[in-house]
Design a protein around this ligand. Structure first.
Ligand SMILES: [Fe+2]
Ligand SMILES: [Fe+2]
Length: 401
């Protein structure tokens, strides 16, 4: 399929390949050594604009070489994916050159979704059957899944892979002036009792336990250096944005990129894999009101696979999570209307069946003397949240609508 709106990159653009000594050598003799090819290709892929990077790699003849490298280095991983088109391989190569963590995360999210969608669920069918009923072909779903995060190319790498944890962000929030803290709580609709602002230790505990993530509302300028902020500003991001505000940009970028590559269905699916538009409206749902026919199943499955994958990948801004915590995050998202309750219900119910019943029993009935009491106490809160959600959804499903 022809590219929809391929643009010729400007010769005057910053760091233009046409003015690079490395490129001039390559262009003249075609004998650039492998290392230089890689360094140049990587630099091109890290400028924050997929379309320009893609066109430039092609014009310089680097894309063919990088596709060959991807195929050689990741032969085993690629063998586990759906039959990739040439354009799939090109997009994967850009992701690999941009950031290896995003590359692995993409492949792993695909693998997580693949395992899940073939499982027979409580509804009597599989997610794969349900996708077919929605008119999404397996290939479209696989591609949307594999490239759901390709829009991350717009995020500078130091931000994408920063080492700040939920605790670091909570700490940063605690150190803000009360006035600033109140204004952020108002802006982002964060529900924290004002009295807690006078008690840093309890506030920290409260934020972590209730999954109130500072990365969502604390300005990036609080934790990043002036030099880093300058780079962000040069890419059009404000220093008052939060890490998540910036990270959110990737969702619509993924949509734009897949559209640019000629995959409109996949673009739409990837374009709401987080449902940030709804998330930003800060709607808190108390009970499940999702319709089973929300027509957003493919995005919802990617959403849940993405949360699950974070458990393994230990993304820096999401601390490593026990399985119950992961499922509790899914419940939070279902309650906020970011993911269909019925889809989340089916996913969580299936996962709960895989957890050892002895462990669940221990979580529910452990004694305060247990050396793991702190850990188990948190898991118990999560387990209660999960069980409450499952019961609520079951009740809703049985009610005629
Ligand atoms: Fe994402
Ligand atoms: Fe993701």
């Amino acid at each position: 399929m022809a590219l929809m709106k391929e643009k010729k990159p400007s010769d005057k653009s910053e760091g233009s390949a046409l003015s690079s000594p490395i490129t001039q050598t390559a262009g003249a003799s075609g004998s650039m050594n492998g290392n230089n090819v890689n360094i140049r290709a990587r630099e091109i892929c890290r400028r924050g604009n997929f379309e320009k990077s893609y066109v430039e790699l092609r014009q310089l003849g680097l894309l063919d070489k990088e596709v060959a490298v991807t195929e050689k280095l990741f032969k085993e991983e690629l063998g586990k994916l759906y039959p990739l088109s040439r354009k799939d391989l090109e997009m994967l190569s850009v992701i690999r050159l941009f950031d290896s963590k995003t590359f692995y995360h993409s492949v792993e999210t695909y693998a997580t979704a693949k395992k899940k969608i073939a499982r027979p669920l409580e509804s009597g069918s599989t997610f794969l059957d349900m996708l077919k009923n929605e008119g999404v072909s397996p290939e479209q779903f696989w591609r949307a899944c594999l490239f759901h995060d390709i829009g991350k190319v717009v995020i500078p790498k130091f931000l994408l892979n920063s080492n700040y944890t939920d605790e670091n962000w909570a700490q940063a929030f605690i150190q803000l002036s009360k006035r600033k803290a109140f204004s952020l709580m108002k802006k982002y609709a964060i529900n924290i009792a004002p009295a807690l602002l006078d008690d840093p230790e309890t506030l920290m505990e409260h934020m972590i336990r209730n999954r109130i993530r500072g990365a969502r509302f604390v300005p990036i300028k609080t934790l990043f250096s002036k030099k880093q902020i300058k780079l962000l500003e040069s890419r059009g991001f404000s220093s008052n944005m939060s890490l998540i505000d910036i990270m959110q940009k990737h969702e619509k970028e993924s949509e734009k990129i897949l559209d640019f590559m000629g995959y409109p269905v996949e673009a739409k699916i990837a374009g709401s894999h987080h449902n940030y538009e709804i998330a930003n409206k800060n709607i808190k749902k108390r009970t499940c009101t999702c319709s089973i026919a929300d027509k957003n199943l493919a995005s919802d499955i990617i959403h849940l696979a993405d949360i699950q994958e974070a458990l393994r990948s230990n993304r820096p801004y999401l601390a490593q999570r026990p399985v119950l915590k992961t499922l509790a995050f899914m419940v939070d998202d279902a309650r906020r209307g970011l993911v269909n309750c019925f889809v989340a219900y089916l996913w969580i119910k299936d996962d709960m069946q895989k957890i050892d019943s002895g462990y669940l029993d221990l979580v529910l009935h452990h004694s305060e003397d247990d050396p793991e009491h702190g850990h188990l106490k948190d898991r118990k809160i999560e387990l209660n949240t999960i069980q409450e959600f499952l019961a609520e959804t079951e009740k809703w499903l049985k009610t005629p609508h």
